[in-house]
Design a protein around this ligand. Structure first.
Ligand SMILES: Cc1ncc(COP(=O)(O)O)c(C=O)c1O
Length: 357
């Protein structure tokens, strides 16, 4: 069976040597030396400061809203993984959607101002499939209306926008290190925080709100990354160039094979191409379903990422139909980027489309 993502397992011997160290020290969690080392290395890798590792990308999103300490509405995209929306609602804020650009699949900045009200406190875009949002435009709107910006960069480990890593933008920028991601720590994530004081506060929140061994500074949660996860991250970081090269080859193969058959995502010209996912968009839902069944017959399971459009889920206010997002959701498939299956995947897509068009 071939799924859309294949978990990357780094060098086993290296991972074992980290496990030996953990056994020797007996330090398995609570901001251990490997978490600290990973944080330092990731800050250097991305060229950012104030990066905090957490137990998931979802936690990282919720941290941004906890740190804002505000109420009101957050303008976000309906076309993303559910956490981008659920984190807003979980922190007792109201998600309000602005529709996407049908070519880039990211929130369209031109739709943001229409939904700003006196209750709006933040904008929460997502760099979907690692494609950089129109950051300059979004930041300008945020400045004009005095709003915070929370960027969900979960797919954007390898994205650089205007010569700076994508995580360096916004008041908060978050990333997921879930096992299915290009870079992972089994489970995990990180937040990058612009404000130094809020970064110090986030460290407290991560550990029950403690400000010292016997002191409580604020309301906290337990969102610590453990040492085994950090060890996995350190091993992955050592192999990131191999991972990126493999994906680049897959990506370029698919572009060459499929560009005349399906719609491909338009990449922000101020950023590089991310090799994290390969989404393909068909002319109709029927076409997408035909291709999906043909691939499923071969035990290949692409995913209809992201479905459903988040403006349709039960707990959000239904203010306006997100036409572009709903349309894209119905016609998209993310196909597997594993070197063993790419030729059969692209061949099958082409064969099905030739037959039905
Ligand atoms: C865009 C996006 N945001 C947030 C998350 C949540 O990350 P995690 O699974 O680490 O909680 C994901 C995870 O897949 C994601 O794709």
């Amino acid at each position: 069976m071939t799924y859309v993502t294949k978990i990357y397992m780094p060098n086993k011997e290296k991972f074992k040597s980290y496990i030996d160290k953990i056994y020797e020290s007996g330090w398995i969690t609570n901001n251990g030396p490997l978490v600290q080392e990973l944080e330092k290395k990731l800050q250097k890798h991305f060229g950012v400061k104030n990066l905090l590792c957490l137990s998931s990308g979802t936690d990282a999103l919720q941290f941004a809203y906890k740190l804002m300490e505000t109420t009101g509405e957050v303008i976000t995209t309906p076309f993303t993984f559910i956490s981008t929306t659920s984190a807003i609602a979980a922190e007792k804020l109201t998600p309000v959607f602005a529709d996407i650009d049908p070519k880039t699949y990211n929130i369209n900045p031109d739709n943001i101002e229409d939904v700003i009200t006196d209750k709006t406190c933040a904008i929460a875009p997502c760099h979907v499939f690692g494609n950089a949002c129109e950051i300059e435009k979004i930041d300008k709107i945020a400045q004009k209306y005095n709003l915070k910006v929370v960027y969900d960069a979960s797919h954007a480990f390898d994205t650089v926008y205007k010569n700076r890593h994508i995580l360096s933008y916004g008041d908060f920028s978050i990333i997921s290190f879930h096992g299915t991601k290009m870079f992972h720590t089994i489970e995990g994530g990180a937040i990058v925080i612009k404000d130094d004081a809020l970064y110090e506060k986030a460290k407290m929140i991560r550990e029950y709100g403690k400000s010292g061994p016997d002191e409580v500074g604020t309301i906290g949660v337990n969102a610590k990354m453990n040492e085994f996860e950090a060890a996995m991250g350190l091993c992955m970081l050592d192999e990131i160039d191999i991972i990126l090269n493999e994906r680049k080859t897959s990506y370029e193969f698919y572009v060459k094979e499929l560009k005349d058959y399906v719609q491909l995502q338009s990449i922000n010209p101020d950023a590089n191409k991310s090799y994290s996912y390969f989404p393909v968009v068909f002319q109709s839902e029927e076409e997408m379903k035909e291709v999906r069944s043909a691939l499923n017959e071969l035990d290949i399971f692409p995913r209809q990422y992201f479905f459903p459009s988040l403006d349709t889920i039960p707990y959000v206010e239904k203010r306006k139909i997100m036409t572009n997002s709903q349309d894209l959701c119905s016609r998209i498939l993310v196909i597997p980027m594993h070197s063993k299956v790419e030729p059969i995947v692209s061949k099958t897509i082409k064969e099905v489309l030739k037959k039905i068009r």
